[in-house]
Design a protein around this ligand. Structure first.
Ligand code: ARG
Length: 463
């Protein structure tokens, strides 16, 4: 047991208590951040003449050595240390002697862990964003290739109106674009530095908190030392953003699973992203999509868990907050893994254009356009709705689609119909006449695609 405390204790911690309390098994994940934070702290202490130049240099070299040795496998992080902070400090002192014992001057593990977690999370938010950007690139590629690929759009999972594959993909482009913008908001709000808050009430040493904040790439120091050691809002925001990403991925997976089913056959998932059955030789299952959908619950769980952990904690630091780590780490790993796998699956997905088109054609998705035709010939919309409804009923009875009815049959319902009805209800016409902003018509889609290209190329991530 290597603990940083013990002076006031008369007996050893019980083994079970020690293990229950220890966090080294999971907080070793932020060794790099712990060392980076300590280096900034030490530089500041030397600048403020709380440490000498020489002590600073020895400590910095010692910390650098620990990082390199752990990374190269020479030094192992073992469970004999209570947490990553104890591991670093004990090893530092073992390496450089007396100056090592000065590292923790003007600092508490409370502000230290708050800093480590913030640094770690800041990097992860950026990585999540980069993964989403890769996903958006794949979506844009599919959109560019499929502005003329017609498919049915659904409401209530019933065929509704014809759209294009580009349009459908564009809906997800918007969702993941908003997810990125949520991440950017979080970065803006969380980028303030807790270091220097001490245990809860700051310290009597003349620390320069602006300086450490600047060294560590923060906008500035957090302005209340009690809040600085107690705030986990940014993790809750991040878990909420991750939950939303997972919700979007899960909806998309659900659609891919449907589209890949024998009934739809709109897409074929690449063999590399499918799995077989141990008993049924014919099977090719969409397990990856199902797993992404399934893992969504786990990320929501982390959000609920942390919200619940935080709800009754009095100011300032309490050990409950150690519980933030495992669930946040798991949610981050899960979501990042899911985005990456999903991107690969989408990138290799093949689209069965003929099947999609036929499905749109056979589902009366042009019924609205048939009604609009009548409206354009001065029939009131409500009457037009009734006329086309009766035509659809006839088609259902005769097993036909609207474009298979003869002109005579059309005219039995309304004399207004002319030969040009066929042109008016052709799938291409239905789609390409929908030119309002955000609609599937090719010209409207191309405008949007141009904007998306700019967005992905541009510096400005949110436009
Ligand atoms: N392992 C602790 C955590 O994760 C570090 C802070 C410990 N602070 C304390 N006062 N015991 O929260």
């Amino acid at each position: 047991m290597a603990q940083l405390w013990g002076g006031r204790f008369t007996k050893q911690t019980d083994e079970l208590v020690y293990r229950f309390n220890a966090s080294i098994s999971f907080d070793q994940r932020f060794l790099k951040q712990d060392i980076e934070g300590s280096m900034a702290h030490v530089r500041m202490l030397a600048k403020q003449e709380i440490l000498t130049e020489d002590e600073q240099n020895q400590i910095l070299a010692g910390l650098q050595g620990i990082l390199e040795d752990v990374e190269s496998g020479v030094l192992a992080i073992t469970e004999e240390y209570e947490d990553i902070h104890s591991f670093v400090e004990a090893n530092l002192t073992a390496r450089i002697g007396e100056p090592g014992k000065k590292l923790h001057t003007g600092r508490s593990r409370n502000d230290q862990v708050a800093l480590d977690m913030r640094l770690y999370t800041r990097d992860e938010v950026k990585e999540t964003d980069a993964l989403l950007k890769e996903l958006l690139k794949v979506l844009l590629r599919i959109m560019e290739e499929h502005t003329e690929t017609i498919m049915p759009g659904f409401t209530h999972l019933q065929k509704a109106q014809p759209i294009t594959l580009a349009h459908h993909m564009g809906a997800y482009f918007e969702m993941f674009k908003r997810d990125r913008s949520r991440l950017h908001d979080i970065l803006e709000r969380m980028n303030y530095c807790p270091l220097g808050a001490g245990a809860l009430a700051g310290t009597t040493y003349p620390l320069d908190r602006d300086y450490t904040a600047e060294l560590l790439g923060f906008y500035g120091p957090m302005l209340n030392s009690m809040d600085a050691v107690s705030d986990r809002d940014y993790l809750i925001e991040y878990l909420s953003a991750l939950s939303t990403v997972m919700m979007h991925l899960s909806r998309f997976c659900e659609e891919i699973i449907l589209w890949n089913s024998n009934e739809y056959q709109f897409v074929e998932i690449d063999d590399g992203y499918s799995t077989g059955s141990s008993i049924m030789p014919q099977k090719k299952n969409p397990d990856i999509a199902e797993l992404v959908r399934g893992k969504t619950g786990r990320v929501y769980g982390a959000l609920m868990s942390l919200l619940t952990t935080m709800k009754g904690i009095p100011l300032a630091y309490n050990k409950d907050m150690q519980e933030d780590k495992e669930l946040v780490f798991d949610a981050i790993d899960t979501t990042k893994g899911c985005i990456a796998l999903f991107t690969g699956m989408l990138d290799t997905l093949s689209f069965r254009e003929e099947r999609m088109r036929k499905s749109a054609q056979n589902g009366f998705t042009n019924a609205t356009d048939a009604a609009d035709y009548l409206v354009n010939h001065d029939v009131p919309f409500r009457d037009a709705h009734g006329i086309v409804g009766r035509l659809v009923l006839r088609c259902i009875e005769e097993g036909k689609s609207l474009d298979e009815l003869s002109l005579a049959e059309y005219r039995e319902e309304s004399p207004v119909f002319e030969e040009d009805i066929y042109e008016a209800i052709a799938m291409e016409t239905c789609v390409n006449r929908r030119l309002t902003v955000g609609a599937p018509g090719r010209a409207a889609m191309e405008d949007v695609i141009k904007k998306y290209r700019k967005y992905l190329e541009g510096e400005c991530e949110n436009e």
